[in-house]
Design a protein around this ligand. Structure first.
Ligand SMILES: Cc1ncc(C[n+]2csc(CCOP(=O)(O)OP(=O)(O)O)c2C)c(N)n1
Ligand SMILES: [Mg+2]
Length: 329
């Protein structure tokens, strides 16, 4: 067996590391399966995969408490799984079936769960940012101590509504964590071609909003930063910005061949920075788990994902009269 490169021993329990490993692996395998079902024609329309970015939501969910809220863009499957939504319901929505979270009428970008405080799933770039501030406004008004995680991309960070929201959130000291998931690309446009500042989080300074950049490929760094952000928001000091530096391995969506970057660039990231491999190494080198233990987890996750795919294939198409339900006009 090849010598394992030494990884700094982290100050976390085996239980916590294993939980992170399991949750990130669930997202990775779920997304791989979604890609397969898309290729088979069982999923149609837009489908944006989260592969490579798993440590962002898993780290931040580890910093969240029951009742905290989350809202994000169209790249949303990972967020749903990380906050505890049912993989069967998410996959069945992807295949447009009755058993899906939106009864098969919403698809990949339009799912919600009141129970898990997940407020979508938004296809309009940046639209979720003011919505996130609105959710935080409601919590501040009620005085319930809750925090809203508002996720958006590096591309969305160039939208005007983001800065209108920053202004109001700072002015009213809203308990909102703005999470910029900087995966380095907005569709086919690299960050340096579209964005004037290398450190996007620093834009918050203009509004008096503190923040920081975070290594988004390391789930423990994300969790630690998330805890700082949440503590700030819960103490009544207003919003906080986390610019989480991450990377998406797949194209922008299933229809993107990703010709704007080299295979080597993606390969290098996968080999040197992969978030799941990093935790795997920590578990093994720290003596927290054996190869057999990890194989058992892998098997368990594969079974959950296979079951969700079966459910998503077997669940019926929505009935025709469903066209007239859940409409607001
Ligand atoms: C208002 C608006 N403009 C343009 C688009 C088309 N569009 C969809 S995703 C996207 C790029 C967004 O990139 P980023 O915010 O970095 O998020 P990522 O896809 O990398 O997660 C664009 C321009 C859109 N959906 N909405
Ligand atoms: Mg991006």
């Amino acid at each position: 067996m090849a010598a394992r490169k030494s990884v700094k021993k982290p100050n976390v329990s085996a239980e916590e590391l294993t939980k992170h490993y399991r949750e990130m692996l669930l997202i990775r395998r779920f997304e791989e399966k979604s890609g397969q079902l898309y290729g088979m024609g069982l999923i149609g329309g837009f489908c944006h995969l989260y592969i490579g970015q798993e440590a962002v939501v898993v780290g931040l969910e580890a910093a969240a408490e029951e009742g905290d809220k989350r809202v994000t863009s169209y790249r949303d499957h990972g967020h749903m799984l990380a906050c505890g939504m049912d993989p069967d319901g998410v996959m069945a929505e992807l295949t447009g079936r009755e058993g899906g979270y939106s009864k098969g009428k919403g698809g990949s970008m339009h799912m919600f769960s009141k129970e898990k405080h997940f407020y979508g799933g938004h296809g309009i770039v940046g639209a979720q940012v003011p919505i996130g501030a609105g959710l935080a406004f409601a919590d501040k008004y009620k005085g319930n101590g809750r925090v809203t995680f508002t996720y958006f991309g590096d591309g969305a960070a160039n939208q005007g509504q983001v800065y209108e929201t920053f202004n109001m959130a700072a002015l009213w000291k809203l308990p909102v964590v703005f999470v910029i998931e900087n995966n380095q690309y907005a569709m086919g446009t690299a960050q340096q071609r579209s964005t004037s500042s290398a450190e996007i989080w620093e834009r918050g300074k203009a509004f008096g909003i503190p923040g920081e950049a975070v290594d988004g490929m390391n789930v423990l760094s994300v969790k630690e930063a998330g805890e700082r952000a949440v503590a700030h928001c819960r103490s009544g000091d207003g919003p906080y910005i986390l610019e989480v530096k991450t990377y998406r391995y797949r194209g922008h969506s299933m229809s993107d061949p990703a010709k704007y970057r080299t295979r080597e660039e993606v390969q290098k990231m996968r080999e040197e920075r992969d978030p799941i491999e990093q935790v795997r190494e920590m578990l093994l080198t720290g003596g927290h788990a054996s190869e057999e233990d990890l194989k058992a987890i892998d098997k368990e996750i594969k079974e959950i994902v296979s079951k969700s795919a079966e459910f998503a294939k077997e669940s019926p198409e929505p009935a025709l009269d469903e066209l007239w339900t859940d409409i607001y006009a």
